[in-house]
Design a protein around this ligand. Structure first.
Ligand SMILES: *Cc1c(COP(=O)(O)O)cnc(C)c1O
Length: 381
């Protein structure tokens, strides 16, 4: 039987079609200028993103993984220093720490918000701890108030990994708010096409409120040089190219609308799927807005692979972010973590399921996904 509808996990093509006149114009102007590296769009994008986030310094780079690496290179860290980071996230944090001979110290997450658990951070601090890398996972802020407090008390640096939540707000207890990616010593982000603010290739950026760190990172991304051919520190080559910057300028103008579109899809899902005994819908914290980079359910008492298979047969993709805790990745086995060390992360890896969510979702698709998923879960043996 062929599926009634074929749904996309993320639909960048339809988004492009909707914005085509603006994107095509931006691209043809950038092509006409023919300054493909550090062209005028790169400079304008920096200024526009800085204004959007209300952070004075934005340093574009080649991707979100580079951004994390450059942030760590800019801080006064020594080989063997420990950096605390969540176990339930993408591999980038651990990867760059290991490459720089720093020691990732993984901590467990909150079972409801999926974000790093501050009590576990406190418990993981030792004499060699120098920094914390919280990740704002799936579209909402990690508990930054507590994290910054812990950092101040223990003299630690904080690098916010904002690849999945650019555009969301962190709300302080007094009700005032600031963007995620504006609170730590450094913030990193990615413009991979499927991220909340994406381009049509690879891209990334660093943000900071600290002029000295900004200057250092600007040097590191450019071979460690302020003046061409005069290299002050060992750096890398990590650039955002002008064509990507031209696309990002258009997408940044639409970011708030992209977010509203994702939020209304999530509201629809919540209304239809909330309350089912086997489904926990995403939990929204009191200290932030959720921009639903992912719409992630936690399922209980179901056979997840069977559900995914039946969804696929109905033309509905679904994904497991993330199937394996970082602590149990083969590449990181030398760290010596064992099954059972991180009960929350391990249980999430077995029970989460992310449904399609993007800026172009149609009501009929959402309806079809919910009806089909509920039918599958209720008929499952
Ligand atoms: C996507 C992502 C990255 C890496 O970004 P790239 O641009 O793909 O290198 C890092 N951290 C998190 C949390 C991400 O989701």
């Amino acid at each position: 039987m062929s599926p009634l509808l074929s749904v996309e996990m993320v639909d960048i093509r339809s988004q492009y079609h909707r914005l085509k006149p603006e994107i095509d114009k931006a691209l043809s102007e950038a092509l006409e200028s023919s300054v493909f590296i550090n062209g005028p769009d790169v400079k304008s994008f920096r200024e526009e993103l800085s204004a959007y986030l209300n952070v004075p310094f934005v340093i574009p780079c080649a991707n979100g993984t580079d951004a994390l690496q450059i942030a760590l290179m800019a801080l006064p860290l020594e080989p063997g220093d420990e950096v605390i980071t969540p176990n339930f996230t993408f591999i980038s944090t651990v990867e760059v720490l290991v490459l720089l001979k720093l020691k990732p110290v993984l901590v467990d997450v909150d079972p409801e918000t999926f974000n790093i658990n501050p009590d576990k951070i406190r418990a993981a601090i030792g004499p060699k701890t120098r920094a914390i890398i919280p990740v704002h996972l799936f579209g909402q802020a990690a508990p930054m108030n507590e994290i910054m407090q812990i950092a101040r008390e223990n003299n630690l640096f904080v690098i916010e990994d904002n690849a999945q939540s650019l555009g969301s707000w962190f709300v302080y207890p007094d009700g005032s708010r600031t963007r995620t990616g504006s609170m730590g010593h450094i913030c990193s982000t990615s413009f991979f096409p499927t991220k909340p603010l994406g381009c049509y290739g690879d891209g990334g950026a660093l943000m900071t409120n600290d002029p000295a760190l900004a200057e250092k990172m600007q040097m590191i991304v450019n071979h460690g040089a302020k003046v061409k051919y005069h290299h002050e520190v060992i750096g890398v080559n990590s650039r955002l190219d002008s064509l990507q910057a031209a696309i990002l300028r258009v997408n940044l103008r639409h970011l708030d609308d992209f977010i509203t579109r994702r939020q209304s899809a999530a509201e629809y899902y919540n209304a239809r799927l909330g309350g089912h005994p086997k489904i926990r819908i995403p939990v929204q914290t009191r200290f932030g807005t959720h921009i639903y980079h992912q719409y992630t359910l936690t399922l209980s008492a179901v056979n997840r692979p069977v559900i995914q298979l039946k969804l696929r047969e109905a033309g509905i993709p679904s994904m497991v972010y993330y199937p394996v805790p970082l602590s149990l990745q083969k590449a990181f086995s030398f760290a010596g973590y064992l099954p059972g060390d991180f009960p929350v992360t391990e249980s999430l890896c077995e029970s989460v399921l992310s449904l399609p969510i993007h800026t172009e979702m149609k009501k009929e698709e959402l309806d079809y996904i919910c009806t089909t998923l509920l039918k599958i879960i209720d008929n499952e043996r």
